[in-house]
Design a protein around this ligand. Structure first.
Ligand code: PMP
Length: 407
């Protein structure tokens, strides 16, 4: 017989491009941290759409804000002013500490915006000949999927066959200040870096690296551009991951959770001295900063603040981390490492025991949604609204799955 599950999977498989390999769960609806499939089975969402659904699914205040805006206007473009973008930009300035923000839609677009900004700043302000600007990027980086961005990925799967690539990027080893210095030239205008390398496997930088990087950037008049598309807005237990490092970058990239689990919303944030390289006609996006997106993002920032989601994330994350470490102790050597910050944890699996994908599929079958990254890492990044009870339930399911696999 063909179940509803098989039927929906069949349509995606038959008519879709094969650029994803989804776990075989067909999601029908979701509420906060719970998800139900088309067969009525319940799951705990421990990945929140690659860390986008920080507010929980369909948070009532955010849905209400969207409904209110849908009574007014949704899309008008930036050809005119609106009533929601200004308030969003003001709020973004308050929470980030940056004077200005440029709204886009996806994370990759905001990264592209940062690259354009850094290059023009390098030319106009630093005096690097146009076309000679260089940006330093880390090995193992993930900043998105555009042709420019994959051109400086160190991941063969992301790149093979997609050339020719855009020049102007030089690699350093993440966490290694000596290799930053070795890669730099007088034409270096910026360092573009994740505060934790997410897609690489939730890699936390060595203590002190960002402080040294900050000092070096200041001394060499190089912009430090912090890609917090995944790390930002509370995920790591502080509003921004750079706060853990005791530094302030020159520019900040936000996405994912900025859309509050409803819409794609991203932003490039910087002070006026950097942002001023953009003038009318130099950059834009039809949908970037649209009225509906801005209304949703603004309400999302207020919810993070007023419901204490950022404030509570660190303690919840420590709890989840401790519980996962207990599981690790029980199944040594199947789990090599548990690492991360806040509610963003990577569990590294010993490849001679099993694959991360195998465990992710077993977890889904047992009612927990997670996601593998590369062969060995399982990522847990639940909504910041998750309760201790649900975390414990998810960890207990995880424990059973790995104990069974460990035998
Ligand atoms: N930067 C980082 C650090 C990311 O983790 C991601 C997505 N995983 C992106 C950029 C790209 O965002 P998007 O998929 O919305 O283009």
């Amino acid at each position: 017989g063909t179940s509803a599950t098989q039927s929906y999977i069949g349509k995606e498989a038959r008519y879709g491009a094969r650029n994803y390999a989804p776990v075989p769960v067909v999601v029908d609806h979701a509420k906060d941290c719970l998800v139900w499939d088309v067969e009525g089975r319940r799951y705990i969402d421990m990945m929140s759409a690659y860390s986008s659904v920080s507010h929980g699914h369909l948070h009532p205040r955010i849905v209400a804000a969207a409904h209110r805006q849908l009574e007014k206007v949704a899309v008008m473009s930036r050809a005119y002013y609106g009533t929601t973008l200004g308030p969003l930009l003001e709020k973004l300035s308050e929470v980030t500490g940056f004077e200005r923000a440029l709204p886009m839609n996806t994370g990759a677009e905001a990264v592209e915006t940062a690259i354009k900004c850094a290059r023009r700043w390098g030319h106009r302000v630093k005096g690097i000949p146009d076309g000679q600007q260089r940006i330093l990027v880390a090995r193992g980086n993930f900043h998105g999927r555009t042709t420019t961005i994959i051109g400086f990925s160190s991941e063969e799967d992301y790149r093979t066959g997609f050339g020719p690539f855009c020049g102007g990027f030089q690699h350093f080893d993440y966490g290694d200040m000596a290799s930053v210095q070795a890669a730099a030239t007088e034409n270096t205008c910026a360092v573009l870096v994740e505060p934790i390398q997410g897609e690489a496997g939730v890699l936390v930088p060595p203590p002190g690296f960002f402080r040294e990087l900050r000092e070096w950037c200041t001394a060499n008049d190089v912009l430090l551009i912090d890609d917090e598309v995944q790390a930002g807005l509370g995920r790591t237990g502080k509003w921004f991951a750079f706060e853990h490092e005791g530094i302030r970058p020159d520019a900040l990239i936000l996405g994912k959770a900025l859309g509050a689990g409803l819409l794609p919303v991203s932003a490039f944030c910087a002070d006026d001295k950097v942002m001023s390289v953009f003038v009318p006609n130099s950059h834009g996006s039809t949908f970037g900063g649209n009225a509906l997106a801005a209304a949703v993002a603004l309400e999302g920032l207020k919810v993070l603040e007023e419901e204490g989601l950022v404030a509570n994330c660190a303690a919840k994350g420590e709890h989840l981390f401790r519980r996962l470490r207990e599981v690790q102790a029980e199944v040594k050597p199947l789990i090599r490492d548990v690492r991360g910050r806040g509610l963003w944890i990577g569990v590294d699996i010993e490849p001679s025991c099993t694959t991360a994908r195998d465990l992710v599929e077993r977890l889904a079958a047992a009612g927990v949604l997670s996601k593998e990254t590369h062969e060995t890492v399982i990522r847990f990044a639940p909504p910041l609204t998750i309760t201790y009870e649900l975390m414990d339930e998810a960890v207990e399911i995880f424990r059973k799955v790995v104990v069974q696999r460990h035998r």
